[in-house]
Design a protein around this ligand. Structure first.
Ligand SMILES: C[S@@+](CC[C@H](N)C(=O)[O-])C[C@H]1O[C@@H](n2cnc3c(N)ncnc32)[C@H](O)[C@@H]1O
Length: 201
C-alpha cells in the first residue's frame, strides 16, 4: 500500500465510509467513521468489512452492545453511528484500548462507550450485561471460551455477530452457540474466514 492509499476513504456496504483523521473528504452522504490506524481493524480486513456490512443491516437503534476484541474500536464506532445507544468494548491489548479510546474521541462518542483492558472476565456489575447484541471479530478459541458468558449476557432476541473464524471451525462454533440457545440467521464464507449472525431465543 502506498502512502496515498492510507488516506483513501473506504466505502463499505451501502451506507458506511471509513475515513482518516486530519483529512478533509467531500461529503458523500455516507455515515463517516473516523479511524486512526494503530491496532487491528482499520477497515481493510475482510472480517472487519463483513462485520460492518452486517451491522448496517441490523436494527441497532437504542441498543446496548458488547464488542469483544475491539482493536481500533471500528465496530463500536460504527454501531454507535448507526444508532446504538451504548457500547462496552474489551481488548486484551493495551495499544488496542488506547487506539479505541482515541477513535471514540475523534468521532465524538466518548460518553457512549466504556473501554476495558482485558477479557470479558474483567467486566463487573452492569458492564457484564445484559446486551442487545454482541460483536466479536476474534479467534475461534476465544469464541469457544466466551460462549457461556455471551449466552448469559445476551438478551432474548439479541444478536451475536461473529467473524474471524477459519472455514474449518465454522460449523463447530455455530453448533456450540446453537446449543446455548442461538439460532443461525446468516453465515458468510469469506476468502479465509467466515462471519455469522445468530439470534438468541
Ligand atoms: C481480529 S481483531 C478485531 C478488531 C476489530 N474488532 C475489527 O473487527 O476489526 C481481534 C482483537 O481481539 C483482541 N483479543 C484477542 N483475544 C482476546 C480476548 N480473549 N479478549 C478480548 N480481546 C481479545 C486482539 O487484541 C485484537 O485486537
Amino acid at each position: 500500500m502506498n502512502t496515498m492509499d492510507c488516506y483513501k476513504p473506504l466505502r463499505i456496504g451501502k451506507r458506511l465510509r471509513v475515513i482518516r483523521p486530519g483529512v478533509e473528504y467531500p461529503d458523500e452522504g455516507r455515515v463517516d467513521i473516523v479511524i486512526k490506524r494503530g491496532a487491528f481493524g482499520s477497515g481493510e480486513h475482510e472480517t472487519t468489512v463483513s462485520c460492518l456490512e452486517e451491522l448496517e443491516e441490523l436494527d441497532l437503534k437504542g441498543k446496548r452492545l458488547l464488542d469483544v476484541g475491539c482493536g481500533t474500536g471500528i465496530l463500536s464506532v460504527a454501531a454507535l453511528k448507526l444508532g446504538a445507544a451504548e457500547v462496552v468494548a474489551v481488548d486484551i491489548d493495551r495499544a488496542a484500548v488506547e487506539t479505541t479510546l482515541e477513535n471514540v474521541r475523534l468521532n465524538g462518542l466518548s460518553p457512549q462507550i466504556k473501554v476495558v483492558l482485558g477479557t470479558v472476565n474483567r467486566l463487573k456489575g452492569n458492564l457484564k450485561g445484559p446486551f442487545h447484541g454482541v460483536m466479536a471479530n476474534i479467534y475461534p478459541e476465544v469464541l469457544r471460551d466466551i460462549a457461556s458468558f455471551v449466552a448469559e449476557a445476551c438478551l432474548s432476541g439479541g444478536f451475536l455477530l461473529a467473524s474471524g473464524i477459519p472455514w474449518e471451525d465454522n460449523s463447530d462454533i455455530i453448533e456450540l452457540y446453537k446449543g446455548l440457545g442461538f439460532s443461525l440467521l446468516k453465515n458468510r464464507w469469506l476468502e479465509c474466514y467466515t462471519t455469522f449472525v445468530m439470534l438468541k431465543a
